[in-house]
Design a protein around this ligand. Sequence first.
Ligand code: ADP
Ligand code: MG
Length: 327
Amino acid sequence: MPLRVRARGLSSTPSVNRTAVMGTVACQEVYGISGEATAEAVNQELRRLDALWSPFRPGNIVDAIRNAAGTVPVSVDDDTFEILSMARILGIRSHGTFDITADPVIRLWRDAARAKKSPPVEQIEKMCNLVDIADLRIGTDRKVFLPRAGQGIDLGAIGKGYAADRTRVIYESAGIRHAVITIGGNVLVMSTRPDGAQWRIGIQDPRLPRNELFGYIEAENCSIVTSGDYERFFEYSGADGNLQRFHHIIDPRTGRPADTGVCGVTVMAASSSLADALATAAFILGIEKGMELCDSFEDIHTLFIDKKGLVHPSSGMRERFRRIANE
Ligand code: ADP
Ligand code: MG
């Protein structure tokens, strides 16, 4: 059956565009005659935000804020002001589980991963003491300040969501109605599919190799973000010589990779930044408290997959999630 084409000039085959950015791959499917050019414009925006917020670009704004910690406030651009303001509120609402000031601890674990051994306990404690979202001062003059030397910010758990929200604005202003973009675990869908059906967003089975789907979520015009311990992790050999594994979501309360029996959390929301931050917070909080946090926001649907492979959907998610039997 041919696709039902809704607008004149709307091509039924999308422009498909893939690019490596933000430490992952961004993949777009954009419908419409300006699809290809718009996808390129989106890539440029993703690269711009990556340059601003990457933890690996000396001299960018994140680096400047870290270097000025304990000394002087730093003037920031509009995007940085916006993401920091949002991250601060969400950090406080998530009881500091999603906490962009976890930067010193995150760096410690990143270095540990490179050295292939876990960080010394005293170092974990020292770095943990520098983490406190309430310390982050954001003035109405767009000046940002961290009061103690050694403090820093890491936008890894919200930056891709912010980028997806910016993408939506670019699609809208280019007149694109139907599109989907995936940036790592962040998915944004515009409207429905061109044939009017809901998009289907695959949820990977955390225990199976990449691309083996556990189920899918039917959705339109929203963002769906997954945080999991299986996407990015470090391996190192432990004191006993056995291979150990730690993943990249750090619980700021312990200074260690979060371990609450959750394998993956998927959050569906209108705002991708919100979904991204909540997915990270919910992963750290675990099923019960994580669900409570997500439910305290309006129109958020959540799905947890626990380490036994059991699915825990919120009531709204139950209507949208379809399981695929792999057995
Ligand atoms: P992914 O980056 O795989 O999409 P997340 O959105 O959960 O997953 O973000 C994890 C990244 O966020 C880490 O790589 C690190 O840079 C940063 N991070 C880790 N723990 C926290 C935390 N508790 N709060 C805020 N950011 C964190
Ligand atoms: Mg996140």
